[in-house]
Design a binder for this molecule. Structure first.
Ligand code: GLV
Ligand code: MN
Ligand code: MN
Length: 424
């Protein structure tokens, strides 16, 4: 099967296929899910917040990579590393092409939820078990991926591993990215990243990523699993506000050049401009220098995360926020510069593999404002995503949730999809 085949796969006969993978009793599957899930649940969990600190290439994330290798080994799946921090565990002949790729990421945002990322990897291994238990004989290899630094929480660029793999990010630029402690990506990886790997990418015919839903659409639809239609265009912009550090007690209010004021105004402007456009704008990270209670800051850096359904809306939003910040800086006697740190274009899954999987699973189809490695790979391969219901609708927070029964439904759906893609 070629990539083109995957994109045009005829799923019309699927209903009669009484998929082998769907035989499993869901209660048993939920039990198997719980056992495997419990094996990673403590890793990187902060007892205070109940959230996860699983930054790329730090100890908890490295422990999860060991877990990945062990799970792969126990299933007889050799693991390949691509030199960009991504891991691939393979079921099938090493030399065979047209492999079907699934998986997700282990890394988390600060104090993130348990499911964002790991659910896709745990589900992938369980889907392999389901296919094997049903006696499926794949005609094409099935590969489970663990992508590196999807959240960009350590080095600032989201989907870092998949961007490097696909050539969307220059390995020289990536090598020099630094974390909050000044450690470079090259140091964390132990080497300069390899960059584009067309040799590896060319061996994949399609990618299906299973992910926890990051909203409440499935709760409203009373369905456990959905298929993604699109990912909103989105990006990250760094605002550097420069002023004059000075004494909090002795500097007259009229004499101040306080970048905190320009920053605060910009945060409010971003919120207002996003609301006016039906878009999303967030400033969730800020750095203040020197960060003293009794000193006017000399510099404030704030990171804007902006997303919209349409690219022009997003561009208009960022331009408007920049204009408001610049105008306010003029009044505050400060300076502001804006740097784009990452940008992801609109990704439309429907009409391709995603649309066909929605027909196969008879599942609702949802757009999302969240970014994923699937969005990066979609520029190179037929790509689809499955979402599993999240009863709280909350994500990037310890409150993120999914029931074992819904996770089992997700595994069953993934197994069904993978069986179709690998076995026919
Ligand atoms: C990743 O989850 C993102 O949408 O930022
Ligand atoms: Mn996330
Ligand atoms: Mn994710």
């Amino acid at each position: 099967m070629t990539a083109d085949h995957a994109d045009h796969i005829d799923l019309a006969d699927l209903a009669d296929h009484a998929d082998h993978a769907d035989h499993a009793d869901h209660a048993d599957l939920a039990g198997r899910f719980r056992v495997l899930w419990d094996s990673i649940a403590p890793v990187g969990r902060d007892p205070g917040s109940g959230g996860y600190l699983r930054y790329a290439f730090t100890e908890p994330e490295l422990a999860l990579r060991d877990w990945f290798r062990a799970q792969a080994a126990s299933r007889g799946m050799p693991v390949t590393a691509d030199g960009n921090g991504n891991l691939f565990a393979r079921w099938g002949h090493p030399a065979a092409g047209d492999a079907v790729l699934t998986g997700s990421h282990f890394d988390s945002v600060p104090h993130g939820g348990a499911y964002d990322g790991p659910l896709g990897i745990v589900s992938a291994f369980l889907a392999v078990d389901e296919l094997r238990a049903a006696g499926a004989v794949p005609a094409r290899p099935l590969v489970v991926a663990a992508f590196a630094e999807e959240e960009g929480a350590r080095f600032g660029v989201p989907c870092l591993g998949s961007r490097l793999l696909t050539g969307a990010l220059d390995p020289g630029r990536a090598a020099g990215l630094r974390d909050a402690d000044g450690v470079s990506l090259a140091e964390a990886l132990g080497d300069r990243p390899a960059g584009a790997r067309p040799d590896l990418l060319g061996g994949f015919s399609c990618f299906v990523e299973l992910h926890v839903e990051q909203g409440r659409a499935l709760v409203e639809r009373d369905a456990p699993v959905a298929v993604a239609s699109a990912i909103w265009p989105h990006g990250r912009w760094r605002f550097d506000f420069l002023g004059e550090g000075n004494h909090a007690g002795t500097t007259l209010m009229a004499d101040r050049r306080d970048p905190m004021l320009t920053y605060a105004f910009t945060v409010l402007a971003a919120n207002k401009e996003a609301r006016l456009r039906g878009a999303h704008a967030t400033v969730g990270r800020v750095r203040v220098e020197p960060n003293a209670t009794n000193a006017i800051p000399s510099k404030v850096t704030g990171w804007l995360d902006a997303r919209a359904a349409e690219p022009d809306t997003l561009t208009g939003l960022v331009d408007a926020v920049r204009a408001k910040a610049t105008e306010r800086a003029g009044r505050d006697g400060t300076e502001v510069t804006l740097t784009e740190e990452s940008a992801t274009p609109l990704v439309a899954f429907d009409g391709g593999l995603g649309g066909r999987l929605a027909a196969l699973l008879d599942a609702p189809v949802l757009p999302t404002g969240a970014g994923h490695d699937a969005g990066v790979l979609a520029g190179h391969l037929p790509t689809a995503m499955l979402f599993v219901r999240n009863p709280t609708g909350v994500s990037h927070s310890p409150a993120e949730a999914a029931t074992d029964a819904d996770c089992a439904a997700g595994v069953a759906a993934l197994a069904r999809v993978l069986e179709k893609l690998t076995c026919t």
